[in-house]
Every structure is written in structure tokens, then in C-alpha cells.
Design a protein. Structure first.
Length: 443
């Protein structure tokens, strides 16, 4: 076959991988089958498959993935998310379109809890969408806002995507977390700027209801008392990012250890403070987290085979060399890389895109002298945008399941936020200081 196609075994593997994806073969198995085919074409290495898979998943930093997923699942099921939404709703008050602002802020805040875009849509989407509908927003636009805001969960630290990038690029995960704070907030501000464009199909009311978020503080109480009541009720949930990120940045624990701390903290808050933890709820949360973690880790496992073939066949050298040869202008090369990531994100989940593309892009990054921390933030924003871009925008599918709306309507509802996200990506890419200054100040 190699003679017929005129391609090396490694290039055939890449072609076969995309062919299997078009046939809707699950991503993990598409990676594994194409890699095993290439190993067979090479003529050796099949006996190494088991060792390569074991090596790929037995990395200490990857322990953060299942524990962050479990922490996010627990916090969503224990009522922490509902209390947070109620607090921000009272804080913003009866402003025009206030629930849209609440939705944006909560999505950003929840990103510091969940670390996973689809998980964030599932955890906070139903409450935010219902509240935005009562506030006068069209259902499709509300779902579009939640899908976009939840996508920023892989940018706002602690982020599962940044953990994986740090492992692949051998870059400090703590530095990546610090670098992502300002860009993540900037992306949230861009969403707020786009919010008026999402209301044209239905102007939000000026007196939004809190009924969707019941039980809320009595509306006839003075604002200060209502705010204090909501803050007191949500305090331990609001402290979650402070505990996680504060512990990391102060050096008390590593990002990997922070994932375990987040899980224990969620159990303590749910079991001792809110008393909402039950054996059935714990069992369901463990099952959901295990299923989500298994999907990610299976991709990681089979990606190790894929990466082995990429190394043996020197696809990194040939493909990165071709990329560097396209232009002598580094901004043109960066634009090409971002375009590739955006297109890849339309069809694949962020974890797969990173394992397939980063071995090729990282040598280009080093050759051009780009900062790996800034580049990681740029990569993550690109992949976040992919979560809301058809035809395989995962967040859109989760939102469609939550709202029972066709994915096409939700995709149209997300267009204003998609445009704002692309603008934010351009600004963050052009100004590396937005990602690196905070880390420099904290050194």
C-alpha cells in the first residue's frame, strides 16, 4: 500500500486516522488502530504496544485529570453551583439583561472549579439557561452563551487542558495556570461585550426573576441583607478557587496534589457544611467522573502509540520543516498554526488535537524562540473555540441535550460569542505580555 500511495508508514497512519474519524470511529480507537497499522507497516514494534500504552498513562501529572473531573462533578451535584449562581444573581441585581452577565461570570468562576468544558455545560447549564429565559433571552442564545463560557473552563486555571499541555510540552503547569488568568478574564470580558448582540431576538426584561434559582433571599428584603444572605450561603463554594489556586501559587501543594485537595474539599463542604452529600449521590458522582476520566485516559493511552510512530518515522522533522518553510515571517506561521488548530477543533476534542498536533508544533515554537507558556495559552484558547464550533463542537452537543434544541439553533445562538472569542484570541496572540506579565510579577 505504501508503494501505491507513495507515502511513508507514518503519513499513512495520519491519513488512516482522519479516514476513521470521518467514519465516526471513536477517537481513541481511531488513534490506536491507525497507530497499530503503522507499526505493522514498519515491520517491528507491535510487541512494544503494551509497554508504550502503560508508559503513556503512568505519568504523575496525569493524576490531576480524574481528580479534577471528580471534584467538578461533586460540586455540581452537591448544590455548590446553584448557590454560586444565586449569589451572583443577587450581586448584579435587577439590571437589564442581568442574567446574561450572571451566566458569563458564573461560567468563568466555574472554570476554576471544573476544568472541563462539557462538564461545565452539564453542571451549570440547566440553571443558567432557565434563568436567562426568565430574563427574556431566547433559549438558543442562552445555550450559546453557556456553551461559550463553559468552553473557557479549559483556559481558566486549574485546567485539565493545561495539565495535558504541560505534560506534552514538559512545561511548568503552575506557570501555565498563572499565565492563563488574565487571558481567561479577557475572554470573559469579550463575551460581555458581545452580550447585547445576543439579545436582538428578544430584549431582556429590566426586572428579572429569581424563581429559577429558588430558594433565593426574599426579594422584599433590603439589597444589603439579600446580598449578605446569598454570600453566606455560597461562601464555601466561592472559596473553592481560592483554596485550589491559592495553594498552588503559594507552593503549599502542586497542581497534581491540588486536584486531590479539591476533591476532599468538595466532600467536606457537601458532607459537613451543606449536608447535601448522600451515599447515592456519591456513588453517582464517582460513576460519572469515572466514565468521563476513562474517555480522556483512553485517548491518552492510545495517543502514546501514535506518538511513538510519529517519533520513529520522524514526522515531526518533516512536517515541522514544511511548516517553517512556508514563510520567513513568524506571524504568518503562527496564523497557520492557529488556523490548523481551529479547523482540527471543529472535528476533534482538545485532548486529541494536542496529542496529534503538538509534537509537530512544539519544535516550530522552539525554533522561532516563542515562549512555551504563552504558546500554551494560545493553543488552549484555540481549542476552547473549537468546543463551540460545528460540526463537532462538543459543548454544543451537550447544550443541545440539556435544552432539547437542534444543534444548528444553538450554533447560531453562539455566533456573537464566537466572534468575540476570535477577537480575544487575536489580541492575546498579538500581545504575549497579557499572558506573561502576571507570572513575572509573582516571581
Amino acid at each position: 500500500m505504501s508503494e501505491i500511495l507513495g507515502l511513508s508508514a507514518g503519513s499513512q497512519m495520519v491519513v488512516l486516522f482522519f479516514a476513521l474519524m470521518l467514519l465516526r470511529v471513536p477517537v481513541a480507537f481511531a488513534l490506536g488502530l491507525s497507530a497499530i497499522y503503522a507499526m505493522w507497516r514498519i515491520g517491528f514494534g507491535l510487541e512494544l504496544a503494551g509497554d508504550l500504552i502503560a508508559t503513556g498513562i503512568t505519568k504523575y501529572s496525569l493524576l490531576a485529570i480524574p481528580f479534577f473531573i471528580l471534584a467538578g462533578t461533586l460540586m455540581g451535584s452537591l448544590g455548590i453551583a446553584e448557590r454560586m449562581i444565586r449569589f451572583f444573581r443577587v450581586l448584579i441585581g435587577a439590571t437589564p439583561g442581568g442574567m446574561g452577565v450572571v451566566g458569563t461570570v458564573v461560567c468563568l468562576f466555574w472554570g476554576a472549579v471544573s476544568g472541563s468544558g462539557p462538564a461545565s455545560v452539564a453542571a451549570i447549564g440547566p440553571m443558567i439557561i432557565k434563568g436567562m429565559e426568565e430574563d427574556g433571552y431566547p433559549r438558543a442564545y442562552a445555550a450559546g452563551l453557556v456553551s461559550t463560557g463553559a468552553a473557557l473552563s479549559i483556559v481558566i486555571p486549574p485546567s485539565i487542558g493545561l495539565v495535558i499541555y504541560g505534560v506534552i510540552a514538559e512545561t511548568s503547569i503552575s506557570q501555565l495556570f498563572v499565565a492563563a488568568i488574565v487571558p481567561g478574564l479577557l475572554m470573559g470580558i469579550a463575551m460581555l461585550v458581545a452580550l447585547p448582540f445576543a439579545t436582538r431576538a428578544g430584549a431582556p426584561k429590566t426586572s428579572p426573576s429569581l424563581a429559577a434559582l429558588a430558594p433565593a433571599p426574599a426579594p422584599d428584603l433590603p439589597y444589603g441583607r439579600r446580598l449578605w444572605s446569598a454570600f453566606r450561603d455560597s461562601f464555601w463554594g466561592l472559596m473553592t478557587p481560592v483554596v485550589i489556586l491559592g495553594g498552588i501559587y503559594s507552593g503549599i501543594f502542586t497542581p497534581t496534589e491540588a486536584a486531590l485537595v479539591a476533591t476532599v474539599y468538595a466532600l467536606a463542604v457537601g458532607g459537613v457544611v451543606y449536608r447535601s452529600l448522600t451515599l447515592k449521590g456519591l456513588y453517582d458522582a464517582l460513576g460519572d467522573a469515572a466514565a468521563s476520566s476513562a474517555v480522556v485516559m483512553l485517548v491518552v493511552a492510545y495517543a502514546s502509540l501514535f506518538g511513538w510512530v510519529v517519533t520513529v518515522e520522524d514526522l515531526v522533522g518533516s512536517y515541522s520543516g514544511a511548516l517553517l518553510g512556508m514563510s520567513g515571517n513568524e506571524w504568518v506561521i503562527l496564523a497557520v498554526i492557529m488556523l490548523i488548530l481551529l479547523i482540527a477543533g471543529m472535528f476533534m476534542d482538545p485532548v486529541t488535537v494536542m496529542f496529534v498536533s503538538l509534537p509537530i508544533f512544539l519544535p516550530v515554537m522552539r525554533e522561532l524562540g516563542w515562549d512555551p507558556v504563552w504558546f500554551g495559552v494560545v493553543v488552549m484558547i484555540n481549542l476552547a473555540i473549537g468546543l463551540i464550533t460545528p460540526p463537532v463542537g462538543i459543548n454544543l452537543y451537550v447544550a443541545a441535550n440539556v435544552t432539547r434544541l437542534p444543534i444548528e439553533r444553538i450554533a447560531r445562538g453562539a455566533l456573537p460569542f464566537l466572534g468575540a472569542s476570535l477577537l480575544g484570541l487575536a489580541v492575546i496572540s498579538a500581545l504575549p505580555g497579557l499572558s506573561l506579565t502576571l507570572g513575572t510579577l509573582l516571581e
